[in-house]
Write a protein that binds this ligand. Structure first.
Ligand code: 13P
Ligand code: SF4
Length: 312
């Protein structure tokens, strides 16, 4: 009797070949998608993969802004996102019209706008340079010294970058609804249980949590940090999908989910909207497709290309 999951995986592989498609997946995707993807990584790694692919179709298993970034650098390719509702609370916290109005209202500041990649194409089009958690420190260090900086949309990541670079920045007041659920008390409790396990946290966490971490870094850097560190167990303070990637790539070590006050299951509901079934249908129908008006896409491409050059 055929096994349902196996057939679905085989069907996706066959469709992928037929469509000349590449499957790119973020570290927070469900296990089944990570195992099937051609590349699994953080926002930076995924941006580079999208920029260099020869495939005709990109099936992007992540959230909307990530698939949009892939489309911005590939205007002639078809980019599909298995579930078009896979958004991001950070991206939503900074609508392009509000940012545009803010920049007009504060025109005297002549802001150099640095946008964390977790934002819409419209926001990217209003920005000077894009950063990810993996290159924000490096790129902010290159920002013109004689300009005021506005950092959008994540105030926590922005505050972390300021701590690391000493660059004063005005911060948009957005945050990630998943990462702000981790609290100092919850991390102190798990640390008391696992005193020898280094705490590894994403920079989208609050300052109170970051202060308790042994390492604050992007999801990709978490892999190298845990590989290279001599410890045998780690507390991972980020979205739950990361644990799958860590356990798969570093089987000899133990990874403990950083708890929130409520539970030990920090799921991003947007990331988890993509399923194997939806990925299958997206490759079959080439829908839902990411479409961006050319005037916005062309303007959004400049700060992304600047980022790719600066962080190479
Ligand atoms: P990374 O680029 O570190 O993977 O982060 C993306 C993200 O959405 C974190 O919530
Ligand atoms: Fe956005 Fe947070 Fe989900 Fe990352 S984890 S995609 S920042 S809502």
């Amino acid at each position: 009797m055929p096994t349902l999951g196996v057939d679905l995986v085989e069907d996706i592989r066959a469709l992928k070949r037929e469509r000349n498609a590449v499957i790119l997946a973020h570290n927070y995707q469900v296990k089944e998608i990570q195992e099937l993807a051609d590349f699994v990584g953080d926002s930076l790694g995924l941006s580079y993969q999208a920029a260099k692919t020869d495939a005709e179709v990109i099936a992007f298993c992540g959230v909307h802004f990530m698939a949009e970034t892939a489309k911005i650098v590939n205007p002639n390719k078809t980019v599909v996102l298995p579930d078009l509702d896979a958004g991001c609370s950070l991206s939503e916290s900074c609508p392009a019209d509000k940012l545009e109005a803010y920049l007009k209202e504060h025109a005297e500041k002549n802001y150099y706008v640095i946008a964390y990649i977790n934002c819409s194409a419209g926001v990217k089009a209003l920005s000077d340079v894009i950063v990810t958690s993996g290159n924000a420190v490096k790129i902010v260090n290159t920002a013109p010294k004689d300009r005021n900086i506005l950092f959008v949309p994540d105030q926590n990541l922005g505050a972390w970058v300021t701590e690391k670079t000493g660059r004063k920045m005005d911060l948009w007041r957005g945050n990630c609804y998943v990462h702000v659920e981790f609290t100092r008390q919850a991390i102190e409790r798990i640390h008391a249980e696992w005193p020898d396990a280094p705490v590894v946290a994403h920079p989208e966490c609050t300052a109170a949590v970051r202060m308790l971490a042994d390492e604050v870094c992007s999801t990709e850097r978490m892999i190298t940090f845990c590989k290279e560190h001599p410890a045998k167990a780690f507390v991972i303070v980020t979205e739950s999908g990361m644990l799958h990637r860590l356990r798969r790539e570093i089987p000899g070590k133990e990874f403990i989910a950083g708890p929130t006050d409520k539970c030990a299951c920090a799921d991003c509901r947007f990331m988890k909207m993509n399923t194997l079934e939806k990925l299958h249908d997206a490759l079959l129908n080439l829908q839902p497709e990411i479409i961006i008006p050319e005037s916005i896409r062309a303007r959004a491409e400049l700060p992304i290309r600047r980022m790719l050059e600066l962080s190479a």
